[in-house]
Design a protein around this ligand. Structure first.
Ligand SMILES: C[S@@+](CC[C@H](N)C(=O)[O-])C[C@H]1O[C@@H](n2cnc3c(N)ncnc32)[C@H](O)[C@@H]1O
Length: 212
């Protein structure tokens, strides 16, 4: 029987069969990514299977004990694809209030269904660094209307990154063919995505931005 934290991680994310894994591998093969900040991570430790240095942030109460759980850490270290033993760091914190990490120090920021991390954690991402994000909490839309981020790719599935400029921008057109604006994103974010006023024409599981 796996321990509590490992059991949770495996049942939610499936460990080495995690669907995100292919996307992380693809990013690593195309870009120079060593250090990663994952804001609103819960126990999604899959990035540490691929990247050598990952800082996780979550304010959920039980997280600290989960991140200290030897079986979960052992599973990640035993299955890691990194050359060196991966460094796994955790902050129990509200990322909106700041975290004790150096500004402009991370190569990749991950924001998956964990609030507006693209906005609050942008200072920690280096210039030219990447943002891997979904749109479940509108964070991809928020990045799209932020001039500090440039959309560079859309994952049509975890293993397929589309980079064609015209095609990727279509993902941020409303059903009336208007590019989404800050006002529209603000209006949308008052409601759940299924009730959004300005629905987007196309949806992808993940988006990739670069910080200017
Ligand atoms: C729906 S879960 C998503 C977990 C994981 N990112 C995934 O995609 O499976 C959202 C997580 O984000 C965390 N979260 C949301 N807002 C946060 C904030 N401002 N600071 C830290 N953690 C936050 C919650 O505690 C929760 O664990």
């Amino acid at each position: 029987m796996p321990s509590k934290a490992l059991g949770k991680y495996l049942s939610h994310y499936r460990g080495i069969d995690d669907v995100h894994l292919e996307a992380f591998r693809l990013i690593k093969s195309k870009f120079k990514v060593e250090s990663v900040l994952y804001a609103g991570s819960w126990i999604h430790l899959t990035p540490s299977l691929v990247f050598p240095y990952v800082v996780y942030v979550d304010f959920f109460a039980e997280m600290e004990s989960m991140f200290n759980e030897p079986e979960l850490l052992g599973y990640i270290r035993n299955n890691s694809e990194t050359m060196k033993r991966p460094v796994i760091k955790f902050h129990k914190a509200d990322y909106r209030e700041g975290i004790s990490e150096a500004k402009e120090s991370f190569d990749l920021l991950i924001s998956l269904s964990g609030g507006f991390a693209s906005k609050y954690c942008k200072p920690y991402l280096r210039r030219g660094g990447l943002l891997f994000v979904n749109n479940e909490h509108y964070d991809a839309s928020i990045a799209y209307v932020d001039s500090d981020y440039l959309l560079i790719g859309v994952f049509t599935h975890a293993g397929k990154l589309v980079e064609d400029k015209q095609r990727i921008h279509e993902y941020f057109l409303t059903k009336n063919n208007q590019p989404i604006t800050l006002e529209m994103v603000n209006e949308n974010s008052k409601k759940s995505p299924s009730k959004a006023k300005y629905k987007l024409k196309k949806k992808a599981p993940f988006y990739l931005f670069q910080k200017a």
